[in-house]
Design a protein around this ligand. Structure first.
Ligand SMILES: [Fe+2]
Length: 488
């Protein structure tokens, strides 16, 4: 059985290699994944297990709590009564200086016939950079202890590894994706999560118990790592048929983000700095036309990015602006028309989206010349443009998107109908290594990869099809002579 799998993998790799070598345009992977039933794991699955004890804190999760990474928001839910609202925490460097944070907001909400537990959001401030902290939520016999590592001080050559996950849901495929992410050999430190969390709204009456089970499912990662949240369409939960008229009600109660720190007026769009990256989160399902709050915020936000402090400019959103699948085709077009010229002007390095339940990476292209009458409506190669990555392949219950537009557009560098996750591994101000793993290969094989060249500090083309690793590494050798902060 093992040798059969090995020879099958070898045959597949050779086939992909031949395909990649002899095709001049982008690559449509011939890989066909095993089709598993796309259903949510049952409530009695071990991944949803309740912590032991009356009113024990559950669904523990953390995210960045300020603009630069010196604060953390710790969130948890108590099911029966509010319980303790304190977080007890201490640095691994100094066990004796244990502190309590009481900067906690406790909230709850009703959604149709469901009443949430008590949702706690506690902001811990003034943390040391690059330091391991232990923390405890709950009290008495239901104390639960976790830990996290704060990001390093913000700076231009600070290495940092992000994980990229989208549209995860809570199926068996979701569990495989999360497990592979946890096993990723690059040891990513935080997740850029590009929207669509629980898929509760795919269940009858938007079954809110699925928000709770999702929170328990991902706790094993997000209680220990910061996940940076982006809202997707499955967070809207707008359902007039059952009297639910307030968009994003469950999501906004459960997932707190530091939006005020970046002068945003909404938790649906905001920014953070983390190590050498400046991360901008946008909302595909909030108004973004001229004069709207999100438009005005982004217009003022982009010029603030100091590439000498944070060279890597990363934009997250849910709906992709470039997508060559027949699912959600052109849904991101209206936002593209509004925001793409700014992305090119400000040399955004990469735009990461989800929504389409498959994988795709583009070349560096833009489509900003069109003015209704000139006919220039075809994307063109543009060294100032971002790479667009669609990674809505977490494995939710809606299944894989396997119907692609044909032929593959020139702008599409690689696309594949598989579930998976990726890492974005920043080495220094000029280079970052990006790799996508399909679930079917675990973490053993990188199905798609690219050495990113920073648009501000090293705006050379990455190579033919964006993936000429040999050529790129040669350039990196030259670059090492200049910056000497990291060498392959
Ligand atoms: Fe979506």
């Amino acid at each position: 059985m093992g040798s059969f799998v090995a020879s099958s993998s070898l045959t597949y790799c050779v086939a992909v290699l031949i395909f990649a070598v002899f095709c001049d345009g982008g690559t449509t992977s011939p890989f066909v994944r095993k089709i598993w039933p796309s259903v949510a794991m049952p409530f009695d699955s071990d991944v949803f297990a309740l912590p032991l004890g009356y009113n024990a804190p559950q669904q523990v999760h953390i995210t960045q709590g300020d603009h630069v990474g010196k604060a953390v928001i710790v969130s948890w839910v108590t099911p029966d009564e509010p319980g303790s609202n304190k977080v007890h925490y201490w640095s691994e460097k100094d066990h004796k200086k244990k502190k309590y944070s009481e900067d906690t907001v406790v909230t709850s909400y009703k959604y149709y016939n469901y009443t949430s537990g008590y949702i706690h959001h506690c902001t811990i401030k003034d943390l040391e950079p690059d330091t391991k902290y232990h923390y405890v939520v709950g009290s008495g016999h239901v104390r639960r202890q976790f830990w996290f590592v704060t990001p390093p001080e913000v700076g231009p050559d600070v290495p940092y590894t992000f994980g990229l996950i989208g549209d995860l849901g809570q199926t068996h495929d979701s569990n495989v994706t999360l497990t592979h992410y946890e096993q990723n050999p690059y040891n990513p430190k935080a997740v850029l999560y590009v929207g669509d969390l629980s898929y509760a709204d795919d269940h009858p009456l938007h079954n809110s118990l699925r928000w709770d089970s999702w929170g328990r499912f991902v706790e094993r990662s997000v209680a220990y790592q910061h996940w940076i949240w982006v809202s997707g369409n499955h967070e809207i939960d707008y359902c007039p048929e059952i009297g639910e008229y307030t968009p994003f009600k469950p999501y906004l109660h459960r997932y707190e983000v530091p939006y005020r720190e970046s002068n945003s007026t909404s938790p649906l769009w905001y920014s953070i700095k983390r190590a050498s990256a400046y991360i901008i989160v946008l909302s595909s399902y909030s108004a973004y036309a001229i004069y709207t709050p999100q438009y005005q915020w982004l217009k003022e936000e982009l010029p603030k990015v100091n590439r000498s402090e944070t060279p890597w400019l990363i934009v997250l959103m849910h709906t992709p602006m470039y997508n060559s699948y027949n699912y959600h085709y052109m849904e991101g077009e209206s936002m593209r028309v509004v925001f793409e010229p700014w992305f090119v002007e400000h040399k955004v390095d990469v735009v990461i989206a989800g929504h389409v339940h498959a994988y795709e990476r583009t070349e560096r292209i833009s489509n900003i010349a069109y003015n209704i009458t000139n006919g220039l409506a075809t994307p063109v190669r543009d060294p100032n443009a971002p790479v667009y990555i669609t990674i809505g392949d977490g494995g939710n219950l809606e299944g894989i998107a396997n119907n692609m537009t044909e032929p593959q557009p020139d702008y599409s560098a690689y696309r594949e109908a598989s579930f998976g996750h990726a890492i974005f591994d920043i080495k220094n101000r000029t280079h970052a290594y990006y790799a996508w793993n399909r679930n079917d290969d675990g973490t053993a094989a990188e199905a798609d990869s690219l050495w990113f060249h920073n648009r501000y500090w090293y705006p050379d083309e990455e190579g033919e099809n964006g993936n000429s690793r040999k050529r790129t590494i040669n350039k990196m050798d030259q670059n090492c002579l200049i910056f000497q902060s990291w060498c392959p």
